[in-house]
Structure formats: structure tokens, C-alpha cells
Design a protein around this ligand. Structure first.
Ligand SMILES: Nc1ncnc2c1ncn2[C@@H]1O[C@H](COP(=O)(O)OP(=O)(O)OP(=O)(O)O)[C@@H](O)[C@H]1O
Ligand SMILES: [Mg+2]
Length: 501
């Protein structure tokens, strides 16, 4: 067997934040042309380790070797020059600039004319065309990046690392908000890059994804790398075990909760854009799942129920009484809460009016004061932090200092705080590690036991099957199928979601 060529070694890496050790002698090595995954709980130090490699954080101790030679990575630009490209979950693009400008920023080809230097726009434009073709993105290269969907934006970031001729590309949870098709496409791009000798560091909480794409997985626990496992030896039970040191017993702890009568009835709801004659009901104490592929309208439906998008026709009844939801104010007044898809959308719902945003901010203020002043409420905040296993558990820690998954848990806690009667959750467990997911399901259980009704929008079919009382499937703006608990399988759900009948 050919001995693989090691291009990167990170040896004994240490990093403290405010005196707290976050990385403790972490080791990581990378072969050329491999996809090497890092797997670990929320807050275990994955992103910190990558920030050190990408030159955005300085380490306190340890050594980094590239091609066997020690290097001091001074800053992000230096990392880029060393051939290290990085893509994080939160998109790092200039939204008002076009695709070509975004791809070539800081790496513009230059030509000289006598003493003058010019940016070679002709070259930029032709190369952008080429790379868009390679990535199968059929849009004009002068399109502003903000006009692209999230999936395409991620590919533009990949394009940037390719143009930069990165030998190492870090992908830190970049598939969280991608559809299955987009993930598959990205995986093909990765295979192609691999065949050209590029190495990928791939971070994801989804074991199914890692099993598909990774050649090796390094498990990290509390800032220490505990093992590196080869593809042939992947075993999800063992990996989870290594990650938490203790086996999780039940991934979907579903409780038998008594389900009451209909609280919300949606009748023939249509919108100008996508939704067609949507009718369904939600019962007291029920967890109602909604599945649909991209463009099926599942988020649009949530937005209608929360007053972010207006309906054209149809009716909504709450406890038998017809209600009008024309704004988020109406929704909140009727006891409806919505946790949107993207963690960055949470502070501000860009599609809603200023007034609506103020209500939300007001609620945030109440919550903030609750967090800071009122002792009784403070102990509640502490309880949520404990229940959700938020780390660090200090209620005064700034959100921006938390790991991605822990930020998401805080946001969830915030919505749980609202004591709403109907809770609409859009992908509440994306970017949450497999163990913490169980904490979240337990909270959903607790909520439905107290009489709350939950609409759970998710693209993780096992989660829907495991935790929901009923599952609705959407296809091209219509509801096409309803499953009672025990009736649905992965295949059936996918069938109705893609074919519609
Ligand atoms: N700038 C910072 N200041 C203080 N603490 C920080 C800072 N950045 C990260 N931390 C802490 O370091 C720890 C590791 O965070 P990191 O983001 O590396 O975790 P992660 O493994 O990427 O988690 P996730 O799966 O949730 O993304 C966390 O406890 C986090 O709160
Ligand atoms: Mg992270």
C-alpha cells in the first residue's frame, strides 16, 4: 500500500479563553487528497482549532507543520498564501458585489503596462465563467451575490478557495442549511477536488454525511483529540461513544402525551407566491411534523402562520374562533411563536415590518431584563441553560463567544421562554450534536406535556419519525400526504415529497 503523504500536522495545540482551556494538546494531521472529518460535541473546540489553522486566532502553544516544515501562521492572509482556504457556516461574502468580484477579491489577476498595473477584468470574467460552469451554477457572473440562494452562495465560497489554489480547504458545518441535493452536489465537487490532490477538513454533526464523504474521522472531546478512525472502521455507535465518553440510550425519547382537541385549524390557505389550498389541524399537546424538499413551501407556511407573509385566501381558526394574522404582532398576541431557520435571521426578521421587528425586540428586551435583573426569572434562565446543556453555563457570557451549536440552544431557550401556546420550530436541531439533540427532544416533550402544541419543520426524516405524532408532507406548495405515528418510513416520506402523489 502506498504510504500517504502527510501535508499538515497540528501537534499539541493549546488555547485558552479568559483562562479557560478550550484546546488541550489537540493533535490533527492531514494527508494529501483526503477528506478528514472532525466530530465532536457542541463546544468541544472544533471551530477554535480551525480558526487557528486559518490564521484568525493565535494559539497559546503547540506546533503547526506544513509539508513537514514548522510554520507560524500570522494571519488570515498568510494562511491564504500558504494554500489554506476556509468556509464557515456563516457566509462570508460581500452581498452587493457580483459573483466575479467576490471570487477574486484580494486575488485579482494583474497585468502591467509600462509602469502601470491594471486589474485584468477580462481574465476575471472568463475565469469566473469557467468556474461557474464547473460548479454547474447557471447564472450570469455579474449577478450580485445577494440574489443567489444560500446553497449557491456556499458554492461561490468554494469557488473562491479553488481560484486561490488552496491545497487545504476547511469546511466547518457548511451543509447545515443545504438541501440533500445541494449536499450531494457539494460532495461531488469535493470528490473532484480530492482527485486533484486537494485535502478537505470537513466538520459536520451528521454521521450519515461523514460516512458518505470522509476518509478518516478525528473525534474531539473537551478540547482533546481522542482518536482518529479510518473509513473501514466507521461505526456510528462507537464514534458517538468516543465523543461523549458515555453511550446515549435513546436517540428519540418520545413520551406518550395525551393529545387534546384541535387548537389550530388551517383551511384552504393560499398565497400569491407558492401555497395552494393548505388545510390541516394542530391538536393540543401534539408534535406535528412537516417535511418537504426545497421549494415545497414549508417555510412559507410557517411564515404565513407567524404573519411574516400574507395569505391571499383561506381561513385560520384558533380554539374554534376565526383569527386574522396580518403581522407578527397578531401572531404573538394569539400565542404563536416562530423560531426561524437560520440562526442569523433570529435577531431581526428581514421580511417583517419595522413595527413587527420592534415587538420582537421588545420581547427580547423583556427576556434580557429577565436574564439580568429578576432573581426568580434568572433562576429560570439558569434552569433552561441546564436543561439544554448550554456551555459555558454562565448566564452572563456573551452570545458571540459561544460555539455555533450553543448559540442555537440559547435561541431555542429564548423561544421556550415565551410560554406560547403554539410553537413553530424551523430546523431546531440543525448544527446541534447528536447527544444534545436528545436534550432538545426532552424539552419538546416537556412543552407538549404542559399543553403546548408544536409544529416541527425538519429535513431530518429520522427525527420526524422518531418524535412526531403526525407528519405532513408538502410538495410544490401543497400538502400531499399525512402520516399518523407509526405509518411513515423514510422511503414513503421521500416518495411523496418528490413526486407529490
Ligand atoms: N472568542 C471567544 N471567547 C471566549 N470563549 C470562546 C471564544 N470562542 C470560543 N469560545 C469557547 O470555546 C469553546 C469551543 O468553542 P468552538 O466554537 O471551538 O466549539 P465547536 O466544537 O466548534 O462547537 P459547535 O459544534 O457548537 O460548533 C466553547 O466553550 C466556546 O464558548
Ligand atoms: Mg463550531
Amino acid at each position: 500500500m502506498k504510504i500517504p503523504d502527510t501535508i499538515l500536522e497540528m501537534i499539541g495545540i493549546n488555547k485558552k479563553f479568559n483562562g479557560n482551556p478550550v484546546l488541550k494538546n489537540a493533535n490533527f494531521s492531514l494527508y494529501s487528497g483526503e477528506v478528514h472529518a472532525i466530530f465532536g460535541e457542541n463546544g468541544s473546540g472544533k471551530t477554535t482549532l480551525m480558526n487557528i489553522l486559518a490564521g484568525t486566532l493565535a494559539m497559546d502553544g503547540g506546533e503547526i507543520r506544513l509539508h513537514g516544515k514548522p510554520v507560524q501562521i500570522k494571519n488570515a492572509k498568510h494562511a491564504q498564501e500558504l494554500g489554506i482556504g476556509v468556509i464557515f457556516q456563516d457566509t462570508n461574502l460581500f452581498y452587493d458585489m457580483n459573483i466575479a468580484e467576490n471570487i477574486f477579491i484580494n486575488q485579482e489577476p494583474i497585468y502591467k503596462f509600462g509602469l502601470f498595473k491594471f486589474i485584468n477584468w477580462k481574465k476575471i470574467n472568463s475565469s469566473t465563467k469557467e468556474i461557474l460552469e464547473y460548479l454547474n451554477i447557471n447564472v450570469d457572473f455579474e449577478t450580485p451575490v445577494k440574489a443567489l440562494g444560500y446553497g449557491k452562495q456556499k458554492l461561490i465560497e468554494v469557488a473562491r478557495t479553488i481560484v486561490n489554489k488552496s491545497q487545504i480547504i476547511i469546511m466547518d458545518e457548511i451543509t447545515v442549511d443545504l438541501t440533500e441535493n445541494e449536499i450531494e452536489f457539494l460532495h461531488n465537487v469535493i470528490r473532484n477536488l480530492k482527485s486533484k490532490g486537494v485535502s478537505i477538513i470537513y466538520i459536520s454533526h451528521r454521521l450519515d454525511e461523514l460516512q458518505q464523504i470522509a476518509d478518516r474521522i478525528t473525534v474531539i472531546r473537551d478540547g482533546t483529540t481522542v482518536a482518529t478512525v479510518d473509513k473501514e472502521k466507521f461505526d456510528s455507535g462507537k464514534l458517538v461513544n468516543m465523543m461523549v465518553g458515555d453511550k446515549i440510550k435513546d436517540r428519540y425519547p418520545k413520551l406518550d402525551v395525551k393529545i387534546g382537541k384541535d387548537v389550530l385549524i388551517v383551511k384552504n390557505v393560499s398565497t400569491d407566491s407558492l401555497l395552494r389550498n393548505i388545510s390541516f389541524s394542530l391538536r393540543k399537546g401534539e408534535i406535528l411534523g412537516i417535511f418537504g424538499l426545497k421549494g415545497s413551501g414549508k417555510s412559507a407556511l410557517a411564515k404565513v402562520l407567524f404573519g411574516i407573509e400574507n395569505m391571499k385566501s383561506g381561513n385560520i381558526y384558533l380554539n374554534g374562533r376565526k383569527i386574522k394574522i396580518k403581522s407578527t404582532v397578531d401572531a404573538v398576541r394569539n400565542g404563536i411563536s416562530y423560531m426561524p431557520l437560520n440562526r442569523l435571521d433570529v435577531g431581526q426578521i428581514s421580511d417583517a415590518s419595522i413595527a413587527d421587528n420592534i415587538v420582537i425586540t421588545k420581547l427580547d428586551d423583556i427576556i434580557r431584563t429577565v436574564f439580568l435583573s429578576n432573581n426568580l426569572k434568572r433562576s429560570k434562565a439558569e434552569r433552561y441553560i441546564k436543561m439544554l446543556g448550554i456551555r459555558p453555563s454562565n448566564i452572563y457570557e456573551l452570545i458571540k463567544n459561544l460555539s455555533g451549536g450553543n448559540q442555537k440552544k440559547v435561541i431555542l431557550a429564548k423561544w421556550l421562554f415565551r410560554k406560547s401556546k403554539i410553537l413553530i420550530l424551523n430546523e431546531p436541531t440543525s448544527s446541534i450534536d447528536v447527544v444534545s439533540k436528545v436534550d432538545i427532544y426532552n424539552i419538546l416533550n416537556e412543552l407538549v406535556m404542559s399543553g403546548v402544541s408544536i409544529i416541527l419543520i425538519s429535513s431530518e426524516i429520522p427525527e420526524l419519525i422518531g418524535i412526531c405524532d403526525r407528519i405532513l408532507v408538502m410538495h410544490k406548495g401543497s400538502l400531499v400526504k399525512e402520516f399518523n405515528r407509526g405509518e411513515a418510513t423514510q422511503e414513503l416520506i421521500l416518495h411523496y415529497a418528490s413526486v407529490g402523489s
